[in-house]
Design a protein around this ligand. Sequence first.
Ligand SMILES: [Zn+2]
Length: 242
Amino acid sequence: MTEHLARAFVLDRRPHREQDLRVTLLTEHGARVDAVALNAQRSKRRFMGALSPLVLYRVRYSTTPKATRLDEAQVDQVWPGLSRTLRSQTAALAATGIVRAVAEPTPHDGALFLLLGELYTAAAASDDRDALAARLVRFAFEVLDHTGHAIALDRCVRCDTPAPDGARVTVDPHAGGIVCRGCGGGPYAMSAADRADLRSVLAGDYAVGRAEMLRWAARIIEGVSVDAAGSIAGVVEHFDPR
Ligand SMILES: [Zn+2]
């Protein structure tokens, strides 16, 4: 049995047997850890904060070849702003869902962990609809980028021909970005203006952000991760009701 100590976010928790919880963690080392927390439905002492998502914990867990057991969790950081408005909380939960969809058991780097903490901090500080939508869109693309699913919006993913800035393009989500007409095109058309705004947001310029970008992002990301796209689609109604 090997014991581990780490800071970790809870990506998911669900009841298991009568008194246990199954939890999915993201550690600061970038690993997704699926563990069973024995008696966690009762023990508030060993498992502070009831292992809720949107909280940073210090956890102790042990692994055997057959199973991983969460032994203890102490609250390390909370974001009170996330419970103040439904929109902030919805964005933070969607970000959590995106990470849950793509995080892998092998640790690689701390990027996902840092990105998630930053998103929580931003969402807790402001619930401005368009800025928050922009942050969530950028977050999703960055998370995919860090997990080997980069989406190209500047060139054709098949022939590498740059897409002119003023050009309307078509995107093939399953191919991972723009596919030019010569390479067969893609099912999802995007105007030059919309693509320029999306690329500005992805570069960190949230001022041009708007809620409908969540719809575009869900469409584009769907081919890479259906679950990540689903997490984004799930927040659209809160941001851009139609
Ligand atoms: Zn091409």
